[in-house]
Design a protein around this ligand. Structure first.
Ligand SMILES: *[C@@H]1O[C@H](CO)[C@@H](O)[C@H](O)[C@H]1NC(C)=O
Ligand SMILES: *[C@@H]1O[C@H](CO)[C@@H](O)[C@H](O)[C@H]1NC(C)=O
Ligand SMILES: *[C@@H]1O[C@H](CO)[C@@H](O)[C@H](O)[C@H]1NC(C)=O
Length: 323
């Protein structure tokens, strides 16, 4: 559903990763890749058959190197793909095994995508936070469990963190809000838990205690925040409604309490889904309409839908607010 913007974002980000075959692979990078491969089992497509020979920068499926450093920069393994190798096999990919910490020896790694293989389990290697060039971490659609590394905030170049549709049982690490370049944060459909302990304070700079840090809403470029289908509770930080976030799905958690009417001039939601929680507002019907009109970019009056003189606007794709 946020696929278009996400794909666009990926396209923009990967333009900067040079994907040409450079023709030399440091033996240490090759060894790290082979250890990574050894911890995985891909029975149907044979994608790892190409991981042979000494030059890992050339014709290794899903691997590409940086032209300047001549180091491995990009691992891109998607279980759902248009690649001919998948058409031939006539099915979507499946892999099990785990993500080897040897991946952390690829010190120039900029993008790590191991997505939609359905069977990969085990934790996210904690050492992943020692990869200073990492911009994309996309592990969606596996059976990865355990914690989001507590010091994920060290990855100061990270723009995409997508670990949706896994079995993570983590709190949201506090250090996450140190990722000032994060644009896309997708943690949906895990078992992420935590709560906001204290009431939000409207115009306070004091950070809230609790596990959804209020400072998430202060992340300047964060555009997508999907936390739906987890086990989060408490109240929603005020700052989230007045932030750069345009895709916000908090559906199917246990958030409760007063839903602040805080649609400011900056909030412009393409997608807003607060359904299946336990919110309440001042006067439910009027309140919900007011939220919708404000989210559409109007001050407080309902728009005149048939007025031909009305300037056109791009309506949100979805607004679902159930109190
Ligand atoms: C992966 O699946 C195969 C069967 O396809 C099984 O024999 C093997 O034990 C599995 N390995 C892991 C680590 O789950
Ligand atoms: C965020 O970064 C600042 C400055 O580098 C550091 O002092 C702080 O401890 C970090 N916060 C977390 C929660 O990691
Ligand atoms: C929000 O998340 C829920 C639960 O995962 C999902 O069913 C729903 O379609 C999402 N809402 C939107 C507007 O995408």
């Amino acid at each position: 559903m946020t696929m278009f913007s996400y794909t666009t974002l990926l396209a923009i980000l990967t333009i900067f990763i040079s994907t040409s075959a450079v023709g030399s692979c440091p033996p240490s990078d090759r060894a790290a890749l082979l250890a990574f491969k050894a911890a995985l089992h891909e029975p149907y497509l044979g994608i790892f058959n190409s991981w042979a020979g000494t030059d890992c920068c050339h014709n290794w499926y899903g691997v590409s190197c940086d032209m300047e450093s001549k180091r491995v920069a990009d691992i891109n393994l998607r279980g759902e793909s248009e690649d001919p190798i998948f058409q031939k096999a006539g099915r979507s990919g499946y892999m099990n095994g785990s993500i080897s910490p040897s991946i952390c020896k690829l010190k120039r790694l900029s993008s790590l995508t191991i997505a939609d293989w359905k069977g990969i389990s085990g934790p996210i290697p904690a050492c992943i936070t020692s990869l200073p060039f990492l911009r994309i971490l996309d592990l969606i659609g596996n059976r990865i469990s355990g914690q989001i590394p507590e010091d994920i905030g060290r990855l100061h170049r990270l723009a995409v963190l997508n670990i949706a549709d896994n079995l993570l049982t983590s709190r949201i690490p506090r250090s996450l809000t140190n990722l000032s370049g994060l644009m896309h944060l997708d943690l949906r459909n895990n078992r992420i838990w935590g709560f906001i302990a204290s009431r939000f304070r409207a115009s306070s700079d004091v950070e809230l205690s609790g596990e959804i840090p209020a400072s998430l809403g202060k992340m300047a470029v964060l555009a997508t925040l999907n936390l739906d289908a987890n086990k989060l509770s408490g109240e929603i930080p005020y700052s989230l409604f007045n932030s750069a976030v345009g895709n916000l799905n908090l559906s199917k958690n246990s958030f409760h309490g007063y839903l602040p009417d805080v649609f400011g001039p900056r909030s412009y939601f393409m997608v807003l889904d607060l359904s299946y929680n336990n919110f309440w507002g001042p006067d439910t019907k009027i309140f919900v309409s007011s939220i919708i009109y404000r989210a559409l970019g109007f001050e407080s009056q309902p728009p005149m839908w048939e007025d031909p003189g009305r300037p056109t606007f791009r309506p949100p794709r979805s607004i679902i607010v159930c109190l």
